[in-house]
Design a protein around this ligand. Structure first.
Ligand code: ADP
Length: 546
C-alpha cells in the first residue's frame, strides 16, 4: 500500500523559490574582484537566477548540457548555482588553481558548452580557450563596460549584458529528481581526474542534513562566511543549505588573506565560517600579530584535511570560537562526519573534551560508515583498530561521470554497495571516527603503522612551526621511517634537535620521526592540501641519517 502524501521531486529550484518567499531580505554580501563590497539579498538572487535561466535558454543549451564556472565565491556565482541547475543544465565548477593543461583536459572531458569566469582568470581562459573546442560561449562575470576590448576571445559576453536584459519571469521546470545537477572533478593526485556527478535529489538531501544542529547548525539567525570555495564540492553545499534555512551569506571573493577575511568577519557580523586549515592558519597568524579578537564569530567548520589540535585550542581557548571538525570527500557531496559532543560528553573535563574534538566526528544522518580489514571484514569500533573506511548513503557516488574507473563500490553480503574512501581510520564505541591517514600516505615501520597526521599535529603544536608534513622514507631494516618536513613561522627559530625533543613523551619512541627537514614551502594542491607526492619527488635524493 502506498502512502497518500504529495509527491514532489526534490529539485534545487525549490531552494531558491523558498528563499525568495520566506527570506527575501536575507543578506548576500560579496567582496568583488573589483575590490568593492557588493550587497544584495535572497529576493534579488532569486530574480536574477530566473534571468540566468532565460539567458541560458537563449543560448540554446539542451537539457543536461554542462555550463562551467571559473569563479570565486560571490553573488553571481550563486545565481549561476540556481539558474543553471534549476533550468536542468549541469553546473560544472572548475578549479582555477589547476594547471592550464589539466583544466583544458577537464573541460574537454566534461564537454562544457559554456564557461563563465571572473576577470581574475582571463589570462587562464586565454591560455586554454584554443584547446577547448566544445565551449561555444565564454562569459566574463562583469558589467558590460568592464569587458576588455582586447580579450582575444571572439564573441566574449559580459554577464550583466547577457542576463541583465532578460525577463525575470520564468517557471522552473519539474523533472526527475535523479537528474544531474552539478559536477566536480577530484584533484586526480593519482591518474586523470574523475568527476562526481551530483543529482538534484542528492543535493537536497545533503542540504537538509548539513543544516542540522549537530551538523553545521544553520539558521535564519546566522551570517555564514564560506571561505571554502564554491569551485570545490559546491562550497561544502553551503549555498544550498543557506537557501533552505535563510541564513545570510558573506562571500570573500578573491581575498583569502587573514586581514581581508578578518575584516569581513567583523564588518558583516559573521556567526559561522567554514574552510580548510591552511586558510585559518593565515587568519590566526594575522590576529595573533595584530592582537585582534572576534566580536560575533561563534563557530568555524574546519575540514578538508586534518585540523591540527593547536588550531582547535587557539580558536576555543584564545578566541571563544567553537571548532567543528568535519570530514568528507568530493565523492560524498562532501559531508560525512562532523565532530560535535554528545550530551554525556558535556560532563567531561575540558582536556577530555578536547580529545574528542580532535576526531573527525560522527556520521551525519544519511551517511553510514564502517572500517574493514584487507579482506573486507568489518572491524570493531573500539577506538584502536585501524581499517579502511567505507561509506554509503544517498549523496555518495555510485559511479564516476562517464563510468571512468569502472565500478568503484564494494558489495557487502546484503548486496549493498560501499564506497572505499581511501582513508584509514579508527572508530570509537560512541561512533566518533578518527582519520589516521590517507591509505597512500600510511607509513609502515617494522610492520606497524605510524599515523602521519599524529606526527604532523605534534610538530604544528610547536610555536615556531607554521606547517608540517610527515612522509615515510625507505629504510633497509624498518621498511619505512617517518621524517617531518617543516616550514618555520616568519621570524621564529627552532632547531632539528629541539623539534625532535618536542616529540618526547607525546608519542611512542619508535613513532618519533628520524629527521627534520626545513623547507621554505610545502607544495599545496588546488584545494589547499599538502601535496605529499610532489613533496616525495622533491625529496628523492634525500638520505635518512645513519
Ligand atoms: P581530493 O579532490 O583531494 O580527493 P577531497 O576534498 O575530495 O579532495 O578530499 C577528500 C579527502 O580529504 C578525504 O578522503 C580525506 O583524506 C581528506 N580529509 C577531508 N577532511 C579531513 C579531515 N577533517 N581530516 C583529515 N582528512 C580529511
Amino acid at each position: 500500500m502506498l502512502g497518500h502524501m504529495q509527491s514532489q521531486p526534490l529539485l534545487i529550484s525549490s531552494l531558491i523559490v523558498h528563499a525568495e518567499r520566506h527570506h527575501a531580505r536575507g543578506q548576500i554580501v560579496s567582496r568583488r574582484v573589483e575590490g568593492d563590497i557588493h550587497r544584495t539579498d535572497w529576493g534579488q538572487i532569486a530574480q536574477r537566477s530566473r534571468q540566468v535561466a532565460n539567458a541560458i535558454n537563449g543560448l540554446g543549451l539542451a537539457v543536461g548540457d554542462r555550463f562551467a564556472t571559473l569563479a570565486w565565491n560571490g553573488y553571481r556565482h550563486l545565481e549561476l548555482y540556481f539558474g543553471v541547475s534549476g533550468s536542468q543544465r549541469v553546473l560544472h565548477t572548475l578549479n582555477p588553481r589547476l594547471h592550464p593543461e589539466q583544466l583544458a583536459w577537464i573541460v574537454n572531458h566534461a564537454e562544457d558548452r559554456v564557461v563563465a569566469f571572473d576577470m581574475t582568470f582571463l589570462p587562464l581562459v586565454k591560455a586554454v580557450a584554443a584547446h577547448c573546442p566544445t565551449v561555444k560561449h565564454w562569459i566574463a562575470l562583469c558589467d558590460a563596460d568592464k569587458l576588455p576590448a582586447d580579450s582575444g576571445l571572439p564573441g566574449l559576453l559580459s554577464y550583466e549584458a547577457w542576463m541583465g536584459q532578460q525577463s525575470t519571469d520564468y517557471i522552473w521546470p519539474e523533472f526527475d529528481e535523479n537528474s544531474a545537477s552539478s559536477m566536480c572533478y577530484t584533484s586526480g593526485t593519482t591518474g586523470n581526474p574523475k568527476a562526481a556527478l551530483y543529482s538534484h535529489r542528492s543535493t537536497i538531501l545533503h542540504a537538509y542534513s548539513a543544516a542540522l544542529p549537530d551538523s553545521l547548525c544553520l539558521s535564519a539567525r546566522d551570517s555564514v562566511l564560506p571561505v571554502v570555495p564554491m569551485f570545490h564540492v559546491n562550497a561544502w553545499g553551503l549555498p544550498y543549505s543557506a537557501a533552505a534555512t535563510g541564513c545570510s551569506l558573506v562571500f570573500p571573493g578573491p581575498a583569502m588573506d587573514g586581514k581581508s577575511i578578518f575584516e569581513l568577519l567583523e564588518s558583516e557580523k559573521v556567526t559561522m565560517a567554514a574552510g580548510v586549515p591552511t586558510v585559518w592558519q593565515m587568519l590566526l597568524g594575522h590576529m595573533q600579530t595584530e592582537g585582534l579578537k572576534f566580536s560575533t564569530l561563534k563557530r568555524t567548520v574546519i575540514g578538508g584535511s586534518a585540523c591540527p589540535p593547536a588550531m582547535i585550542e587557539a580558536f576555543n581557548n584564545d578566541y571563544g570560537v567553537e571548532v567543528l571538525h568535519a570530514w568528507g570527500m568530493t565523492e560524498m557531496s562532501p559531508l560525512g562526519t562532523v565532530c560535535t559532543l554528545k550530551r554525556d560528553q558535556m560532563e567531561l573535563t575540558p582536556a577530555e573534551q578536547m580529545k574528542v574534538r580532535l576526531k573527525q566526528g560522527r556520521a551525519v544522518y544519511g551517511v553510514d560508515m564502517k572500517i574493514v580489514d584487507a579482506d573486507g571484514k568489518e572491524l570493531p569500533w573500539d577506538g584502536k583498530t585501524y581499517g579502511d573506511l567505507l561509506v554509503r548513503g544517498p549523496w555518495i557516488i555510485a559511479s564516476y561521470f562517464k563510468g571512468e574507473g569502472g565500478d568503484p563500490l564494494v558489495r557487502d553480503e546484503a548486496g549493498h554497495g560501499w564506497f572505499p574512501t581511501g582513508d584509514v581510520a579508527v572508530i570509537d564505541a560512541d561512533g566518533f571516527m578518527q582519520i589516521t591517514d590517507r591509505s597512500k600516505d600510511v607509513i609502515k615501520s617494522g610492520g606497524e603503522w605510524i599515523s602521519s597526521i599524529d606526527v604532523e599535529n605534534i610538530a604544528m603544536a610547536h610555536p615556531a612551526v607554521a606547517m608540517a608534513a610527515c612522509v615515510g622514507m625507505k629504510h633497509p631494516k624498518w621498511d619505512e621511517r617517518p621524517i617531518v618536513v617543516v616550514v618555520k613561522k616568519p621570524g621564529k627559530e627552532v632547531t632539528r634537535e629541539e623539534l625532535l625533543a618536542h616529540y618526547e613523551g607525546k608519542i611512542a619512541k619508535w613513532q618519533i620521526p628520524d629527521d627534520v627537514v626545513f623547507v621554505d614551502v610545502i607544495p599545496l594542491g588546488a584545494t589547499g592540501k599538502m601535496q605529499k607526492m610532489t613533496l616525495r619527488q622533491q625529496l628523492k635524493d634525500y638520505v635518512l641519517p645513519g
